[in-house]
Design a protein around this ligand. Structure first.
Ligand code: F6R
Length: 617
C-alpha cells in the first residue's frame, strides 16, 4: 500500500520520480505528490488523484528542477484522499519533508504531545505527526537528521517505509523500514542513488540494489554512499548489494491494453516457469528443495493449515481438495486475518502453509509469526523473491510468475495452484497414496496444462461477446463443485473487484439452501460443469436454474453436448484430470470479468479502493 520513490544524484530527479511513481501506482493511486530540492528551495507539489494528475499540475505550475527529490503514490489509511492529506508532508519549520508507506498506530498520543509543545497540523495523517516528531527530536536533542529519525522511530508503534529529506542537509536522504518494503538502487556512478518500494522504478538505471530488512534504516549520502544501521541501537549493518534479475520488459504492457490482459495471457509461460526444474517427467520425479529438506515435517504433520487472503486464499482452498485427495493429508484453510486473532489451537506437529503473491500482506505475515511462536513449521508460497513472507517462513517454494502488476490477481493464482499441486504430488508419492503409474500420468498431464491454457485463451472473442450481453447486470452468481468450488469464488471476486458488479460464488449444491431465491430472468449464473467429477449433479443444478429462468453460462469440457442444450452460452475448456481442472476453468472466468470491466469503461488495472499489496491489517 502506497508507493514511495526517491532520487539523489546528478540527474534531474523529476522524470525519474514521476516514471517511478507510475510503475508503483499498483500499490495505491488515490493521490500523489513530489518534493524537489533545487539547491535553494524545497518545492512540494501534491494532489488528490493519479500520478497523471500530478504530472498535469507540473505542466502548468510547478518547478521540475532539482537533483534530489522524493515522491509518493497513496492508498489512504489516515485521512481521506485529498490534496492536504497527500504526501509528501512537511514539518512545521518547513525544513523536513517525508514520504511514508504504512501506519503509525500511536500517532494520536504523539500528536497530543507535539500539540502541547506548540506544533500544529494541517492534515489528518499519521505521517505529518511523524515528520514533526523527527523535527522535534532533532531540535530537542540537537542531533543530525539520521540520528533524529532513529530516535523518533524508537517512539513509534506501527509499520513504515519512509524517506526523509532535510533541506539544511541536501547531500543526503534518510530511509527506514519496518513491515513495508524498501529498496535502494546504487547508481553506476558512485554518487547516484534511487529509493523505491520495489526495484521497478530504477531498473533502467541500475541492477544493483540494497534491500533494507525490517528495523533497519539507511543514510544515503552523495558523498559517503549508503550506510545501513539498526533502528533499535544505531549499530552499523554490513551493506549487502544484490544483482537484480528483473528486466524492464517484465514490467511493461508489451502491446496489451492492460496489465491484467497481459498477465492472463502470460499464464502458460508462468506455469512452465513455475514447474521448470521441478517437474522432471522423464525421470518421474518432482524436485522441490524446500519440500525435500523438510520431508519429515511434512510426512509427520497432524494436518496442514493454509493461511492466506483474497485470491491466494482461493488457491489455498483448491489446494485443500488436492492435498486431501492425492496425499490424504487433512487440511484446513484459514483467512489469515481471522486466524491471527482467533487464538487458534496449533502446535509443533502442524505444518502451516502461507500463500501470498506479494509476500507483504500484513495479515498473512502476522499469521505466520503467530504460527511460528506456537512451534509450527511454516512453509511459504510466494511470488515476490526476497519478500517479507519469503524471509519470515521456515522454508518455501516460489511461484515463478514474474511481476504481477494488474491489481486483480491472475497468473499468481494459477502458479500458486501449480506449486501446491507439485507439493501434493511429491508428498503423495512419498506417502505411497498414489501409484507410480498414476504419478507418471499426472506429471504428463500437468506438463500439458500450459498448452491447454493456450487453447482456452482462444475463446477470448467468444467471451467478449458474452460479456457484452451481461455487462449491465446488477448481480452474478458463480457455481462450482469440488475442485471447482474455489474457482467459482475466485470468478466472483474477479468480477466484483474490477467491474463493481455484485457477484457471489457458491458450491453448486448449496444453491437450493438460499441463493436460488435470487434467480430470475435477469440473473446470469456462471456454472462450472466440466465432465469430470460431479458432472451429473451439476447438470441437475443447471436444470433447477433453467426452470427458474436464470441465464446460464456453462464452463464445459470441449465437445460437451448435454450442458449445451440447457445453457444460454457455453465456453469450452480442454479435457484434463479432475484435480487439474481449476487451472483451466479459471481462464474463461478471468477473461469474462476483464471484458465486462473494459466494456463498462472501468479502470481494470487500478480498480477503485484497492491496492496490490495490502501491508496494513
Ligand atoms: C484479488 C487480489 C487480492 C489478493 C490479496 C492477497 O485479485 O489480488 O485478493 O489476492 O490481497 O494478496 P497476496 O497474495 O499478495 O498476499
Amino acid at each position: 500500500m502506497c508507493g514511495i520513490v526517491g532520487y539523489i544524484g546528478h540527474r534531474d530527479a523529476y522524470p525519474i520520480i514521476i516514471e517511478g511513481l507510475k510503475r508503483l501506482e499498483y500499490r495505491g493511486y488515490d493521490s500523489a505528490g513530489i518534493a524537489l530540492y533545487n539547491g535553494k528551495t524545497l518545492h512540494v507539489s501534491k494532489t488528490k488523484g493519479k500520478v497523471s494528475d500530478l504530472e498535469a499540475r507540473f505542466e502548468t505550475k510547478a518547478s521540475k528542477h532539482g537533483t534530489v527529490g522524493i515522491g509518493h503514490t497513496r492508498w489512504a489509511t489516515h485521512g481521506v484522499p485529498n490534496d492536504i492529506n497527500s504526501h509528501p508532508h512537511t514539518s512545521n519549520s518547513g525544513d523536513l519533508v517525508i514520504i511514508h508507506n504504512g501506519i503509525i498506530e500511536n500517532y494520536e498520543s504523539l500528536k497530543q504531545e507535539l500539540t502541547a509543545r506548540g506544533y500544529t497540523f494541517k492534515s489528518d495523517t499519521d505521517t505529518e505527526v511523524l515528520v514533526n516528531l523527527i523535527e522535534d527530536v532533532k531540535l530537542q536533542e540537537n542531533v543530525k537528521l539520521g540520528q533524529a529519525v532513529q530516535i523518533a522511530l524508537n517512539q513509534v508503534i506501527g509499520a513504515y517505509a519512509i524517506a526523509v529529506f532535510d533541506k539544511n542537509k541536501p547531500e543526503e536522504v534518510v530511509v527506514a523500514r519496518l513491515g513495508s518494503p524498501l529498496a535502494i538502487g546504487i547508481g553506476e556512478k558512485d554518487n547516484e542513488f534511487f529509493i523505491a518500494s520495489d526495484a521497478s522504478p530504477f531498473l533502467e538505471y541500475t541492477k544493483d540494489a540494497v534491500y533494507l530488512e525490517d528495523e533497519e534504516m539507511a543514510i544515503i549520502s552523495r558523498k559517503k554512499g549508503v550506510k545501513v544501521r539498526k533502528i533499535k541501537d544505531d549499530s552499523l549493518v554490513p551493506t549487502y548489494v544484490q544483482k537484480l534479475q528483473l528486466n524492464l520488459e517484465q514490467i511493461e504492457k508489451g502491446g496489451y491494453e492492460h496489465f491484467m490482459l497481459k498477465e492472463i495471457h502470460e499464464q502458460p509461460k508462468a506455469i512452465r516457469d513455475t514447474y521448470r526444474g521441478r517437474l522432471l517427467r522423464n525421470e518421474a520425479i518432482i524436485k522441490m528443495a524446500g519440500v525435500e529438506d523438510n520431508m519429515k515435517k511434512f510426512l509427520n504433520a497432524n494436518r496442514f493449515i493454509i493461511v492466506a487472503c483474497g485470491t491466494s486464499w482461493h488457491a489455498g482452498l483448491v489446494a485443500e481438495y488436492i492435498f486431501e485427495d492425492l496425499a490424504r493429508i487433512p487440511v484446513e484453510v484459514e483467512y489469515a486475518s481471522e486466524f491471527r486473532y482467533r487464538n487458534p489451537v496449533i502446535n509443533e506437529n502442524d505444518v502451516v502453509i502461507a500463500i501470498s503473491q506479494s509476500g507483504e500482506t500484513a495479515d498473512t505475515l502476522a499469521a505466520i509469526k503467530l504460527a511460528k511462536s506456537k512451534g509450527a513449521f511454516v512453509f511459504g508460497v510466494c511470488n515476490v523473491v526476497g519478500s517479507s513472507i519469503a524471509r519470515e517462513t521456515n522454508a518455501g517454494a516460489y511461484t515463478h510468475a514474474g511481476p504481477e502488476i494488474g491489481v486483480a490477481s491472475t497468473k499468481a493464482f494459477t502458479t500458486q495452484i501449480t506449486v501446491l499441486t507439485l507439493m501434493a504430488l511429491r508428498l503423495a508419492r512419498a506417502k505411497g497414496t498414489i501409484s507410480s503409474s498414476d504419478f507418471r500420468k499426472y506429471l504428463l498431464e500437468l506438463e500439458m496444462i500450459p498448452n491447454k491454457i493456450e487453447k482456452s485463451l482462444e475463446s477470448d472473442a467468444h467471451i467478449k461477446i458474452i460479456s457484452d450481453i451481461y455487462k449491465d447486470s446488477n448481480n452474478c452468481l458463480y457455481l462450482g463443485r469440488g475442485f471447482n468450488f474455489p474457482v467459482a469464488l475466485e470468478g466472483a471476486l474477479k468480477l466484483k473487484e474490477i467491474s463493481y458488479i455484485h457477484a457471489e460464488g457458491y458450491p453448486a449444491a448449496e444453491m437450493k439452501h438460499g441463493p436460488i431465491a435470487l434467480i430470475d430472468e435477469n440473473m446470469p449464473i456462471i456454472v462450472i460443469a466440466t465432465k469430470k467429477g460431479h458432472y451429473e449433479k451439476v447438470v441437475s443444478n443447471i436444470q433447477e436454474i433453467k426452470s427458474r429462468k436464470g441465464k446460464i453460462i456453462g464452463i464445459v469440457t470441449e465437445g460437451d453436448q448435454q450442458v449445451k442444450t440447457l445453457a444460454d452460452h457455453v465456453i469450452e475448456v480442454p479435457e484434463t484430470l479432475e484435480f487439474l481442472t481449476p487451472l483451466l476453468t479459471t481462464i474463461p472466468l478471468q477473461l469474462l470479468s476483464y471484458h465486462m470491466a473494459v466494456l463498462l469503461d472501468k479502470n481494470v488495472d487500478q480498480p477503485r479502493n484497492l491496492a496490490k499489496s495490502v501491508t496494513v491489517e
